[in-house]
Design a protein around this ligand. Structure first.
Ligand SMILES: NC(=O)c1ccc[n+]([C@@H]2O[C@H](COP(=O)([O-])OP(=O)(O)OC[C@H]3O[C@@H](n4cnc5c(N)ncnc54)[C@H](OP(=O)(O)O)[C@@H]3O)[C@@H](O)[C@H]2O)c1
Length: 297
């Protein structure tokens, strides 16, 4: 498996497995252990989760798997995130962000407990927080690194301004921005984030590479247009259309790591197949404009 080096001490597999939907997979702990082992057998050793996934259940389930087979944790790079919270207000659930010093430090220690591990390989601030002091959040992340509780730090869903602000506060130590990127989602091209990361040689992680399954929707015109072109390109290369999508994401010079969300190992294998697909340069642009959201000037 090809590797992507995020920093001196941290190297990811070129494809990562995401466990956001794990609480809906109806897996026993043994099923999850088998799933994780199958990922590792395919060379996919980078696992993504977050404290908010399943309201902490996903971290708990992963921790149970690591306890049942302690050899797994030693073979993988574990990514988790903090910053999104829910609270009952006047009988209704209210979602908000909290990236204050105490919250970040407490969340990290709670994640370590749930995951049954002594360190997290990459700890991310999950979303841009509009009420955010980069110096305070940065101090929390640096303290966690100093204590050895996290190996590296990064963010998710940040725009270039917030990324720059936090990166200044941590002396340039952010190693990724985990962003939504797929053939119908171009937010980070349009914000300049992709150019920002490419120029600084910072590798993003690409979440929802298949738009959370919406890429297959027949009711979404953008998806229908994109898939028509992707299917045509897949026939040229004699591979599955989804394989072309992963190849398209990985073709870009920013060196992104797609985070696969499927519960199925055969579908993860379709992502791994993309490492052998060599798109023509013009084919990248065919997909870029296929959903008709992007134009080439
Ligand atoms: N940082 C963030 O804010 C953020 C947000 C969302 C997600 N993420 C991360 O990104 C990961 C991936 O996100 P995602 O789950 O939305 O990814 P995705 O790969 O775009 O979508 C996966 C969904 O598509 C379905 N699917 C249908 N056909 C498929 C096929 N041929 N191949 C693969 N999947 C197919 C899967 O169902 P089956 O299980 O039945 O295959 C699954 O429900 C998450 O697990 C999480 O780790 C991060």
């Amino acid at each position: 498996m090809k590797k992507i080096q995020l920093s001196d001490p941290l190297t990811f597999s070129a494809i990562a497995q995401g466990y956001w939907r794990l609480d809906g997979w109806d897996f026993t702990t043994s099923d999850l252990v088998s799933h994780m082992r199958a990922c590792i057998d395919l060379g996919v050793t980078t696992f993504d989760t977050a404290e908010v996934y399943g309201d902490t259940i996903c971290e708990i389930l992963m921790g149970e798997a690591f306890r049942q087979d302690p050899s797994i944790r030693k073979q993988v790079q574990l990514v988790t995130k903090t910053g999104i919270f829910k609270q009952m207000v006047n009988g209704k659930t209210f979602g908000y962000y909290d990236t204050t010093y105490n919250r970040v430090v407490r969340s990290c220690k709670e994640s370590l407990q749930r995951l049954g591990t002594d360190h997290i390989d990459l700890y991310l601030i999950h979303r841009e927080d509009p009420c955010f002091d980069p110096w305070e959040t940065g101090r929390a992340l640096l303290d966690l690194k100093k204590e050895g509780l996290v190996l590296e730090i990064g963010v998710s869903n940040f725009d270039p301004f917030k990324f720059e602000a936090l990166n200044q506060a941590v002396n340039g130590e952010l190693v990724t921005n985990q962003i939504e990127w797929n053939p119908i989602q171009f937010e980070h091209f349009n914000s300049g984030m992709i150019d920002y990361l490419t120029a600084r040689k910072i590798h993003p992680m690409a979440w929802s590479p298949l738009a959370g399954g919406r890429i297959f929707s027949k009711d979404d015109e953008r998806a229908v247009n994109a898939m028509a072109k992707i299917t045509e390109i897949a026939k040229r290369h004699d591979v599955e259309p989804v394989t072309v999508i992963y190849a398209w994401i990985m073709y870009h010079p920013v060196g992104a790591v797609p985070v696969v969300g499927s519960s199925r190992i055969d579908r993860l294998a379709l992502a791994v197949d993309a490492l052998e697909v060599h798109l023509e340069h013009y084919e990248w642009y065919e997909i870029y404009v296929a959903s008709r959201q992007q134009v080439l000037r």
